[in-house]
Design a protein around this ligand. Structure first.
Ligand SMILES: Cc1ncc(COP(=O)(O)O)c(C=O)c1O
Length: 382
């Protein structure tokens, strides 16, 4: 009998947890009212459920509930933060200005910034060091007289490295510059306090934390002026029109509550398993190089380059045995822009693996993954 492949791709997405599904269940066909329609009790009931879910999510983030704008996910939240604020700013100032980001951001940040470039804004993409971390000195040198926004992700989706957001925010605040952070990978996996980190706009997503797909949020801590991207019925205080998907909002809120409650315990377990995976792989396979620093890293991420093999063959051989990623789930098959930015060449980027662990990962999975990868590399090198 053919064995199921080992699952090591939890940064791409996660399965919806049983407790989340249970919380969502009544909102499909029992409490099915439109939360924007308060003229009947179904609508009132749905609206009350949304309020409770919003309060619950706000508590997880230590912000007040009115700061949360529900969106369809992190992509939309990033678009709303970046394009939404930049357009307001250009109207206020009478001209576009300057925005700073990193070349290792997700395309959900890089592409809206490309759109802003088309609209006349100047965008600086800073490269990290070989450890994947932004140099504060480089950031300081990149500020220009009209820089109004910096967008730096909290944790990277490919190499898992955690950026020094608190220090970055101090540099921004000193100059009156706003800070946006895409925390799609960090929320639910790292403790986040927006006040302490000094983040004005924060992007989060539900499907990375065992919640449903199709829902996320932009947290507007600083009440930053934004121009909506979607116009219609005035929902989300006019910032994001459209009937709220009640079951998804409920599921997202529940998933957040569970993730935050179990965060310390999960992180300890995951970093133990991840370190075991890395140590055993390093013992059994020669010429492995970690991508990004190991220390400031998400507990469930491992990304490394395997020397002396052809990447396409590695992925072909591993495909039936282990579900993992050569790059981010959203890339189009070209070598990872993140790995290239930290100094890997295209060939090295292609012979790299991102292994991401999840709640279901067991010590047995780790041992099997080490055996599988070591065997495949041996075959490819022989
Ligand atoms: C860092 C980061 N930002 C944004 C996204 C897009 O998130 P969503 O699928 O919620 O739009 C992802 C998903 O892979 C991500 O990892």
């Amino acid at each position: 009998m053919q064995q199921k492949p080992l699952k090591f791709d939890y940064q791409s997405t996660t399965p919806c947890s049983g407790r989340v599904l249970e919380a969502m269940q009544p909102y499909w066909n029992e409490i099915w009212g439109n939360p924007s329609n308060l003229q009947n009790r179904f609508g009132i009931h749905a609206s009350a459920a949304i309020s409770l879910a919003r309060d619950n999510l706000a508590q997880c983030l230590h912000v007040s509930p009115e700061r949360i704008i529900f969106t369809s996910g992190a992509t939309e939240a990033n678009n709303l933060a970046l394009i939404g604020h930049a357009r307001v700013r250009a109207i206020e100032e009478g001209r576009p200005g300057h925005v700073i980001t990193m070349s290792t951001e997700h395309h959900a940040v890089l592409d809206p910034l490309k759109q802003l470039k088309n609209e006349g804004f100047r965008i600086t993409e800073l490269n990290p060091g070989s450890d994947g971390i932004l140099s504060l000195k480089e950031l300081e040198d990149a500020f220009e007289h009209d820089t109004f926004l910096v967008s730096i992700m909290l944790a990277n989706n490919e190499i898992g490295v955690i950026q020094p957001l608190q220090k970055i925010s101090i540099l921004c605040q000193d100059r009156g510059i706003l800070l946006h952070s895409d925390a799609a990978q960090a929320f639910g996996n790292l403790p986040i306090n927006l006040d302490t980190l000094g983040i004005d706009l924060l992007t989060i997503s539900s499907h990375k934390i065992y919640g449903p797909k199709g829902i996320g949020a932009l947290v507007n801590r600083g009440n930053v002026p934004l121009q909506p991207l979607i116009w219609g019925g005035g929902q989300e205080k006019g910032m994001r029109a459209g009937t709220l998907p009640v079951p998804l909002v409920i599921g997202f809120s529940k998933a957040s509550e569970i993730a935050i409650k179990d965060l310390d315990q999960n992180n300890k377990r995951l970093s133990f398993l991840r370190n075991k995976l890395w140590n055993e792989l390093s013992n059994q396979v020669s010429d492995l190089r970690i991508n990004g620093c190991l220390k400031n890293r998400l507990p469930h991420n491992l990304n490394f380059t395997i020397g002396g093999i052809i990447g396409s063959r590695l992925h072909k051989f591993l495909k039936p045995l282990i579900v993992c990623s050569s790059s981010s789930a959203c890339s189009n098959g070209s070598p990872s822009h993140v790995l290239m930015a930290i100094g890997r060449n295209p060939k090295e980027a292609e012979s790299s693996l991102r292994l991401s662990l999840g709640r279901e990962t067991t010590i047995n999975d780790i041992e099997k993954a080490v055996t599988v990868i070591a065997k495949v590399v041996r075959e490819l090198r022989s």
